[in-house]
Write a protein that binds this ligand. Structure first.
Ligand code: FAD
Length: 304
């Protein structure tokens, strides 16, 4: 650890906690990943701006982490600062006109519950996605026919120049698993959503139905990062993987789920190396079998 950097980071972070040698396996749903040099649990937008300014001026690499549910972190960890939006920046407010304002670290399940409490429909699709609203902006997260682009009205971001900007829905350039946030490296601070009036019975019924579908179809009993590969145009990654004879195929502690071939799971002691080797083999064999090249959906972070 460099004590000067640590000291400056502590100063920039204000009340936000600064940890060193923090294992990323504890902050990713894959439960994989080595130590980050520095780990800041962001408490407010000012701390985020200050830490980013410091990283830019000292040329320290930094990475934004939400709930780590779409991340494969390397066994070597991360040389630089992980800035995490989690519990500390997760306020959800429902305004009188039904607008929902959520801080970047708010879990989608928390927002879905707040919407249910106020009888606001349209967010049920997101209740079972285990990420934050900030992470959901990057990938235009979606499920069961719904997408973030359907419900977002505006997004407050920090630009690469460390300036605050508010983007309206149209400016977010939402597409399949992409957005202006992904394209421009913005940092999401806050999101506003517009939902519609609905009965609580109806909302609950939808949420329960989608929850049951997930429990039945997805290997939620094992750590994973959800769908490992993007959906190829006109096809499904899981179907292609199964057709290539890879159901249950394993490397070390990583395995193609027997329940849902689109998920790579951690059977307990998987390393990032295991997962990477498995993914490469899956891509190779699916290509040989179908001619289609699968593209990873999970994002790689750090040193492998
Ligand atoms: P992270 O995984 O922490 O980060 C993902 C990316 O977003 C990284 O590039 C990170 O730098 C960036 N990021 C995070 N927060 C911010 C921020 N505030 N500002 C800027 N960049 C940020 N996804 C779906 O779309 N649909 C599904 O149905 C779905 N089901 C899943 C089921 C399971 C069991 C699991 C484990 C995952 C699933 N996912 C699904 C994947 C994942 O939950 C989503 O992609 C989610 O949006 C990621 O959010 P996160 O907060 O965990 O982001």
């Amino acid at each position: 650890m460099n004590f000067d950097i640590y000291k400056e980071l502590k100063e920039a972070a204000g009340k936000s906690e600064v940890l060193t040698q923090e294992m990323l396996s504890g902050h990713t749903t894959f439960r994989v990943g080595g130590p980050a040099d520095y780990f800041v649990a962001a408490k407010d937008a000012q701390a985020v701006q200050n830490v980013i300014a410091l990283c830019i001026s000292k040329q320290i690499p930094y990475y934004i982490l939400g709930n780590g549910s779409n991340i494969l972190a390397g066994d070597g960890g991360y040389r630089g600062v992980i800035l995490q939006f989690g519990k500390e920046m997760s306020e959800v407010e429902v305004l009188e006109d039904g607008t929902i304002r959520a801080q970047a670290g708010a879990l989608l399940s928390k927002i879905a519950n707040a919407a249910y409490e106020k009888a606001l429909g349209g967010f049920e699709f997101a209740a079972g996605i285990p990420g934050t609203i900030g992470g959901a902006m990057v990938m235009n997260a979606g499920a069961y026919g719904g997408e973030m682009k359907d419900v977002v009205t505006s997004v407050k971001v920090l630009t690469k120049e460390n300036e605050i900007r508010v983007l309206i829905n149209k400016e977010m350039e939402f597409g399949y698993r992409t957005s202006a946030v992904a394209k421009n490296g913005y940092i999401v601070l806050e999101v506003e959503l517009k939902l519609h009036e609905a009965s609580q019975e109806e909302i609950k019924e939808k949420m329960d139905d989608l929850k049951n579908r997930r429990i039945t179809k997805q290997p939620l009993e094992f750590p994973s990062a959800g769908s490992t590969f993007k959906r190829p145009e006109g096809n499904f990654a899981g179907k292609l993987i199964e057709e290539a004879g890879l159901r249950g195929f394993g490397v070390g502690g990583a395995q193609v789920s027997e329940k849902h071939c689109g998920f790579v799971i951690n059977r307990g002691k998987a390393t990032a190396k295991d997962v990477t080797e498995l993914m490469n083999e899956v891509i190779k064999r699916v290509k040989e079998n179908s001619g289609i090249e699968l593209e990873p959906e999970v994002k790689r972070l750090g040193e492998f």
